[in-house]
Ligand binder design. Structure first.
Ligand code: F6R
Length: 597
């Protein structure tokens, strides 16, 4: 949420910052701005709206300097206009800051600072940081920033610069921030993607750490002033992975990438029918598993419950991370708490992990972004290796998560000394190919989308392991097409939602050929007889007659079926959004990586 990029070095600074911002735009796109020290003054240029608006500014021309900070905003406090856009300045216009996160005590701090004579321009919480630093400044920007940060409650990813000081000070608590180490140049960024073109060497800042960077060097301390030795990590992926590669949108590319992404999740993890996961965990002692996650990741956790309870017979609970953290949950030492997160930065999930750790539970992360905060906080982890997910709506991470959970479930059996179902292993190896087959129907799905795009609401229904798939289908549709959609267990539909059905109301059934097919058929008839339009996603070839539209997916084992069944739903949502003229990569009000509460 919100993206920061800052640079100190000899490269042309404006194009570098703008390009970095564009890569980070998925983190927020309400407004954007930058500040450059041009030698005489701090020059701030900001615009409401997308980075393309900022880019149009004539003021950017001929703007030179070797220190700059830039920001793309997802508004929390204050409407997304130009005044509230970052960077924010102090009274003397000598200190500029960009901030991600929320300063919870900003109202009190603002009152104190106002009494001391500071005047405020914006409605943001962030502006207090600039004035606080100004208040503490006595010749050393790092000292002043540390003193200011000791006064604030809340979260921050922060970059600060000052006129006449050739440095950037960066700090983190709760909002991700990395230092990029270049050759005679340094960067501060919310996400390695923003600086990958320039350096692959990064330092992940941890909470309460403050970095001071100059062109040649960096120094990292904690907010108590103690020096810290940090490891420099090498990023393993490259810039090509964050390009659209001919696809109209990242979301479409990421949907189509799923066969390879699934192969990557599997790579090296099944050998001679053995599951290879290097986990620092005794899985034999697990008595209960608690999944914590948000959004789409929460849906894969729900599928995880079906998989683990079926295969391992270990009781599983699934909690929204945001609820878990505040309800004093019952967690015991023999519980394993599994956090699922694409970004590895979701604030609620991170806080839930900390809650679990404080109760002495073992923690496991199922995370996509390597080096992310959650991956560093947990006792043990499984990376998805799905590659960077840029589209705001999660797609390939979801299917990767389900596969990773299944591998973990089989690993538990293996560690117990139980025989693993040979046919399931075989089916896993066929999964990427089966996923690829679904794309043969993408044109048909686009036509269905065209037919349904004016509908005012949708109902998604699924049973058992497909109930979470129905939830995910509904979430995908509403978040990118702004059409209201709800997911329900198929049979539950009679207990209320059926009242919505009228002529032409679209109801999407996600349905495996199994012992419940007949039951679902009755539900289909109940909707049909009330005029509902029946769209079925299924591996059952005998449902053509009862459907208005049918999308076939290849037959697979129940545990793997959500991975295949969700793909047509992702495509359907994508095409509906695109046909309605909505940018599915940047749906309104949303941002990828929700690092605020
Ligand atoms: C929906 C979506 C969100 C995320 C949620 C959790 O398409 O992307 O619902 O799934 O914000 O994010 P992560 O998985 O990064 O923790």
């Amino acid at each position: 949420m919100c993206g920061i990029i800052s640079y100190i070095g000899d490269k042309e600074i404006v194009p570098l910052l703008i390009k970095g911002l564009k890569i980070l735009e998925y983190r927020g796109y309400d407004s954007a701005g930058l500040c450059i020290n041009n030698g005489q003054e701090l020059k701030v240029i900001k615009r409401s709206g997308r980075i393309s608006e900022l880019e149009k500014s004539d003021d950017l021309e001929n703007l030179k300097g070797d220190v700059g900070i830039a920001h793309t905003r997802w508004a929390t406090h204050g409407v997304p206009n130009e005044i509230n856009a970052h960077p924010h300045l102090d009274c003397k216009k000598e200190i500029a800051i960009v901030h991600n996160g929320i300063i919870e005590n900003y109202v009190g701090l603002r009152e104190i600072l106002k009494k001391k004579g500071h005047s405020f321009i914006s409605n943001t919480d962030s502006e207090v940081i600039a004035h606080l630093i100004e208040d503490f400044y006595q010749g050393d920007l790092t000292e002043a920033t540390i003193n200011a940060l000791r006064c604030v409650d809340g979260t921050f990813g922060l970059a600060v610069m000052k006129k006449n000081e050739n440095k950037i000070v960066a700090a983190r608590r709760g909002s991700p921030l990395i230092v990029g180490v270049g050759d005679n140049e340094m960067f501060v960024c919310s996400d390695a993607a923003g600086i990958l073109e320039h350096t692959k060497k990064v330092i992940y800042l941890d909470d309460n750490e403050v970095a001071t960077i100059t062109k040649e060097d960096y120094n990292i301390r904690d907010v108590y002033g103690n020096g810290i030795d940090k490891k420099v990590h090498e990023i393993k992926w490259d810039i090509g992975q964050i390009e659209k590669k001919g696809f109209k949108h990242f979301m479409l590319k990421e949907i189509f990438e799923q066969p390879e992404a699934l192969e990557n999740t599997l790579r090296g993890r099944i050998k001679d029918e053995n599951i290879k996961l290097s986990l620092n965990l005794d899985t034999r002692s697990i008595k209960r598993i608690i999944f914590i996650a948000c959004g789409t990741s929460w849906h894969s956790a729900l599928i995880g419950k079906y998989i683990i309870e079926k295969i391992n017979r270990i009781p599983v609970e699934v909690d929204y991370a945001s609820e878990f953290r505040y309800r004093n949950p019952i967690v015991q030492e023999y519980d394993l708490v599994i956090a699922i997160s694409q970004s590895g930065e979701t604030a609620d999930t991170l806080a839930a992990i900390n809650e679990a750790k404080s109760k002495k539970a073992k923690t496991l992360g199922i995370v996509n972004v390597v080096g992310s905060t959650i991956s560093r906080e947990v006792d043990s982890g499984i990376y998805l290796h799905s590659g960077p997910e840029i589209g705001v709506a999660s797609t390939k991470a979801f299917t990767g998560q389900v596969l990773a959970i299944l591998l973990f479930s089989l690993y538990i059996e293996q560690e117990k000394g139980n025989k693993i179902d040979h046919s399931l292993i075989e089916e896993i190896s066929r999964l990427p190919e089966k996923a690829r087959m679904i794309f043969n129907d993408s044109e048909k799905i686009r036509k269905i989308a065209d037919d349904l795009k004016e509908s005012k609401a949708f109902l998604f229904l699924g049973r058992g392991i497909n109930f979470p798939v129905a939830l995910e289908g509904a979430l995908k549709l509403k978040e990118i097409s702004y059409i209201h959609a709800e997911g329900y267990p198929t049979a539950e539909m009679k207990h209320g939602p059926i009242a919505l059905i009228e002529n032409g109301f679209p109801v999407i059934f996600v349905l495996n050929k199994d012992n419940l097919t007949k039951k679902c058929l009755s539900n289909i008839e109940e909707i049909k007889s009330r005029g509902g339009k029946i769209i079925i996603v299924t591996n059952d070839r005998e449902l053509e007659e009862v459907s208005d539209e049918i999308i076939y997916v290849p037959f697979t084992k129940e545990e793997l079926s959500p991975i295949l069944n969700v793909i047509p739903l992702q495509l359907l949502s994508y095409y509906i959004a695109d046909l309605k003229g909505i940018d599915p990569d940047k749906p309104r009000n949303l941002a990828k990586s929700v690092t605020v509460e």
